[in-house]
Design a protein around this ligand. Structure first.
Ligand SMILES: Nc1nc2c(ncn2[C@@H]2O[C@H](COP(=O)(O)OP(=O)(O)OP(=O)(O)O)[C@@H](O)[C@H]2O)c(=O)[nH]1
Ligand SMILES: [Mg+2]
Length: 326
């Protein structure tokens, strides 16, 4: 969990939820990261609530600041432009540092370095269902690398040049493009082609996995494909000049450098990160008492959700019934 001291209440909400639904049976360790030292109060309360060991990490200033090669004036101009267009967090430098950190650095933190798998938890989220099996074992045993719950469209203004930069990167490093990748999740009507970058001719439809929930293999972020991709994007400066989010960056990497089969939709997890929530659709999850959420008031059918597109692309039943992939 990347979190500020001021978010202690929301952090405790999330920890209580994850402990009650899952971790009190598994006692996995918690790692908290912050760009400022955690207060004694934060450490005491979170350690008191966690069933497993707790770790507290401070982020290196160089990983939470504007690099020398970035043009500060250009950042200002970009921010002013976004503020004038009412883009959420458009004028925030800390938000940009956060997105860059989640894109390129959290997995290299010395504490995180000792781990292979993680479950990203944000302050103020809620889990609606008992998590009765170990999702890390599930991922490992089934060849999964990246797991998500919700998918949606990104604000175009925050990533105007991300797709072109991604295309450029893949053109320069065609070896990183996975066979059976998820390009068709990102590009509407993409034409299957054997000629490499021709496949990228289409526009990005802005679909991405919502990264405030992630269960994933840290070794993917540590791989040459992702390291090179992040370094390339970081040099482009879009984390600052625009407001590239870690969600589209993670999603494009997972979707292009991994085979589709390595990406898993956790359809059995009920989850809320305001303002959106989703709820498993099958009868069993509700009749058994495993889940407590309103099945009809959920995000999957919202016009803003990309999940129906994922179900199509991944060849899954849309997940509405007991026989579906819920
Ligand atoms: N330590 C620290 N953590 C931050 C900072 N900004 C954001 N975070 C954390 O980064 C994660 C994402 O930030 P959020 O503010 O939740 O951003 P978001 O999820 O896009 O948007 P909302 O939840 O709608 O505000 C959360 O875990 C925050 O606690 C910061 O300046 N310092
Ligand atoms: Mg959040």
């Amino acid at each position: 969990m990347l979190v500020r001291n001021s978010e202690l209440r929301e952090a405790l909400d999330s920890i209580r939820n994850v402990e009650d639904r899952f971790n009190r049976r598994f006692r996995y360790p918690w790692t908290f990261l912050n760009d400022e030292p955690f207060t004694e109060e934060f450490v005491n309360y979170t350690t008191g609530m966690a069933s497993g060991k707790t770790n507290y990490g401070l982020i290196e200033p160089a990983q939470w600041s504007v690099p020398d090669y970035i043009d500060k004036k250009k950042i200002e101009e970009g921010m002013e432009n976004m503020v004038s267009k009412n883009v959420i967090y458009g004028g925030s430098l800390s938000y940009r540092n956060m997105c860059r950190y989640n894109s390129g650095f959290f997995y290299r933190h010395p504490i995180v370095n000792q781990y292979r798998w993680y479950w990203r938890v944000e302050p103020g989220v809620q889990f609606y269902c008992d998590q009765l099996y170990d999702p890390f074992s599930f991922m490992r045993e089934n060849g999964k690398v990246y797991g998500f719950v919700m998918a949606m469209y990104e604000y175009l203004l925050t990533i105007e040049t991300l797709w072109d930069s991604t295309k450029e990167f893949v053109r320069n490093h065609p070896q990183y493009l996975a066979a059976n990748n998820s390009l068709d999740f990102f590009v509407d009507n993409s034409e299957p082609s054997k000629e490499g970058d021709k496949e990228f001719d289409g526009d990005y439809n802005l679909c991405h996995f919502w990264s405030n929930f992630e269960i994933a293999d840290l070794d993917f972020w540590r791989s040459p494909a992702y390291s090179d991709y992040f370094d390339f994007l970081d040099r482009k400066g879009g984390f600052f000049y625009e407001r590239w989010g870690d969600a589209p960056v993670h999603s494009l990497a997972a979707g292009l450098f991994l085979p589709k089969s390595a990406i898993h939709h956790f359809g059995d997890i009920g989850y809320r990160h305001p303002p959106y929530a989703r709820c498993p659709q099958d009868e069993e999850s509700h009749q058994s008492g495993r889940c407590y959420c309103a099945r009809d008031a959920h995000f999957d059918d919202d016009g803003y959700s990309c999940l129906p597109r994922w179900w199509n692309v991944a060849g899954m039943n849309r997940g509405a019934g007991p026989k579906g992939q819920h």
